[in-house]
Design a protein. Structure first.
Length: 370
């Protein structure tokens, strides 16, 4: 087992690069809330006295690592670069056609989405373009983001589209633009409280899903207008925190909640889950395996109960059926909240696919296989 790496700030996100030739690159994002001393009482311009209140600073850092796959020994990480940013809430690599540099999108605590291009020949990555979403208030956080082109890396554009969820309940969609990179195309009020997660339907570029602290899972079809969702599923016992469309099985997506349950849905009948599995801890992230040969395996960050691989038996003969979901693997070596986790796209070993996971209060990054 690879020794834990100290991420300095609390770890929230790990993302392996999926691009051919760069699958040995791992990004880890962190988030630290710093409470500062209350401001002194000072006269305002109108002559009254402002009340003392604490300032909050949200620090973040994206660290890039090179993964060294061990033969008979352990896998190791070499740190390549640190980039300081506002607190990072989520990150995703954009799947791109061969010949284009890998691109990492980062959602931060100052309402910004930043895009970072990996320069393999220079063994570093650099910011190529920055887009900020402020929506009129400086305290709006970008909570999650997802690229639309997971199944079909774009051949006619350097980018897919992004869906972003923001802490004021808004969802925003950014579309590729040849001159600036990305431009906002749609923005709407989607949830009453924080929408922790927004995700594309990888099989339909017009459909997105979202979930939030209002204990609701919603579907949206951009073609039908955004005043009303296409469906609302409300049978959760706590906030909805994780959603991912299946990259190999059409109509299937997984959703996780603070209520410790992973639910698998058929998009054609989202009023009832196909399967519900209690994973023992509040869910923060769900990730389907990147290989079709392991399409039934779902990686889950369970916050208070470590990391798990959930295996289910899926049938697609005429209709999608999911049966007998069970926990095939668990990893309990972290000593704090299990947050960020991801599968490597590199070839697996007999001991399984490489996995990177990070935890919050102990600011720790681990490598393991499952």
């Amino acid at each position: 087992m690879h020794p834990a790496i100290d991420t300095v700030y609390p770890g929230v996100s790990t993302e392996f690069c999926p691009s051919s030739g760069s699958q040995h690159i791992l990004a880890c994002g962190t988030y630290k809330l710093v409470e500062q001393e209350p401001e002194q009482l000072t006269p305002s311009s109108e002559g009254d006295v402002s009340s003392g209140r604490s300032k909050q600073t949200r620090l973040g850092r994206c660290t890039m690592f090179r993964v060294n796959i061990g033969g008979d020994g352990e896998d190791t990480l070499d740190k390549i670069q640190d980039v300081d940013l506002p607190g990072i809430l989520d990150m995703k690599w954009c799947d791109r056609t061969e010949g284009l540099s890998p691109l990492l999108g980062i959602a931060d605590a100052e309402g910004s989405i930043t895009l970072h291009e990996w320069k393999e020949d220079e063994a570093r990555y650099s910011t190529t373009w920055v887009y900020s979403i402020q929506l009129g208030r400086p305290d709006v956080l970008c909570l999650s983001l997802d690229w639309s082109n997971r199944r079909w890396p774009s051949s006619c554009s350097a980018l897919g589209s992004l869906v972003v969820s923001l802490s004021d309940g808004t969802l925003s969609i950014l579309r590729p633009d040849s001159s600036t990179g990305l431009i906002p195309s749609d923005s709407w009020s989607a949830h009453e409280f924080e929408p922790w997660i927004a995700a594309w339907d990888y099989w339909d570029p017009n459909v997105v899903y979202s979930g939030g602290d209002d204990v609701k899972l919603k579907g949206w079809d951009i073609r039908q207008g955004l005043d009303n969702p296409t469906f609302v599923y409300k049978r959760f016992d706590a906030g909805v925190t994780a959603i991912q469309s299946h990259p190999y099985i059409e109509h299937l997506f997984a959703a996780g909640s603070y209520d410790s349950t992973v639910r698998i849905f058929d998009t054609r009948n989202p009023s009832r889950p196909l399967e519900e599995t209690n994973v023992g801890g509040g869910v923060w992230r769900v990730k389907w395996h990147p290989l079709a040969s392991r399409k039934d395996d779902l990686l889950v960050a369970c916050m208070h109960d470590g990391f798990k691989v959930l295996h289910s038996n899926t049938s697609t003969d005429g209709k999608v059926e999911v049966e007998s979901a069970s926990i095939a693997k668990r990893y309990d070596e972290h000593e704090s909240l299990a947050y960020g986790v991801d599968w490597s796209c590199a070839p697996a070993k007999e001991s399984g696919t490489l996995i990177a996971s990070c935890s919050f209060y102990d600011h720790s990054l681990h490598l393991w296989r499952g």
